[in-house]
Write a protein that binds this ligand. Sequence first.
Ligand code: V55
Ligand code: FE
Length: 494
Amino acid sequence: MSLRFPSTPDFLGPLYAPSRFEGGVHDLEVTGSIPPALKGRFVQVAPDPIYPPMLGDDIFFNGDGAVTAFRFADGHVDLQRRYVETDRLKAQRAARRSLHGLYRNPYTNDPAVEGLSTGTANTNVVPFNGMLLALKEDSLPVAVDPETLATIGSWDFGGQIRNTPFTAHPKFDPGNGNLLAFGYEAGGLASRDLVYYEFTADGHKIREIWVTAPYAGMVHDFAVTERFVVFPVLPATADLERIRAGGLHFEWQPDLAFQFGVMRRDGDGSDIRWFTGPNCFQAHVLNAFEEGERLHLDMPSADGNVFAFFPEAGGGAPAPETLRFELARWTLDLRSNARDAIHATLMDAPCEFPRCDDRVAGRPYRHGFMLGLDMREYAIDRLGPPAWQFFNLLLHVDVSTGAVQRWVAGDAECFQEPTFVPRAVDAAEGDGYILVLVNHLETSTTELVILESLAIAEGPVARVALPMRLRMSLHGNWLPDTDDDRAVAPNHSA
Ligand code: V55
Ligand code: FE
């Protein structure tokens, strides 16, 4: 019996051919020297389909989550990689084939998986209360042992939350380490319900607030400031009739305004206020902060649908080269009766995978780290057009001045999401290291590189070579070895 992955863009090439590797490597090759301050683990997760798609093709977002951990100690780096053993993965392994159809459409699945969680745990992995939580926004977190990467199981916080969607982009309150999270389509598939949660660092739910969004749009990320929660609602909407009929979960709505919902953290949701922006695409939040009674929210932004695999009615999506990208700042003025979000451009260039120093999440800040794209730096003549989610620039943006530093790893290289690690618990905001995976497209190899965060233009201080290629991934985080190093530190105002 043959078992072959399809020869389609989402399954091909140095970025998208499945890696499917599980195992470990002790003492990776290191060039340069690993800063001694790096003591802990860098964990990240990639969608990495374990079986060829049941329907012949699939989108990147629907792959099974595989967690990779890089353990740093005494200048050495060990690697470990393991799939998250979701209900979905276990059912596939038992059947030796894929049993799932379209992304987040249970009506297209094989009846064998009816009633089982369809979560892939493929989007982010965060430390919480002695566990790792592997996250997919349509499902409960999946708890994973940080030492062995063995799957513990679906995590409902000891029965404190119902089986609802849970964001892949929770935040940690820099003041007390509380986990701040939300779910969308929380009242059921394609519903407009949003739910906000706060959990203490030892796992007790202290807040749960339900609100209703203007439409059932994707809410991929959010922001929490000292007093407020902000939900950015993307005009890519879910519709139960379409899903039931076997259609796509999301459809782009070119006529809907972008929505920003703001409510108090300590309220009951009745104060939620909706600001609107233009019809635009924004998924990730770099950071947000309060300035008196104004709220600023910084997001990579595009003037049309970036998710071509969730097209508008009729199937259309703009060619990527026709989209205009930038780093946008949206200001929500809570004093006025205005309902428009005020727009400013922080950086007029394509960017994605934004990260801040998590010690200033939701607080005034200055330093942003992200990926960018510059086609002039890329060997298109040798390599042909790049794959989707291709970023060949590592960027540092000073949002207070607009100054940008960049590093290009080569003309056949691209990056996965960067992660910032503070130099020390009490280091100044943004002062530390950037850990970032580099994919070498011509040699189909992968390196983890380490840069000085405030001098990325100087290139890596160390390069860690992997003896295997890692598929393009989504998000990851740094877990310091001791609780004392944890990202809970005094407020660092910009
Ligand atoms: C995103 C990613 C997802 C998803 C929904 O980047 C949105 C946005 C990896 O899965 O399911
Ligand atoms: Fe994301």
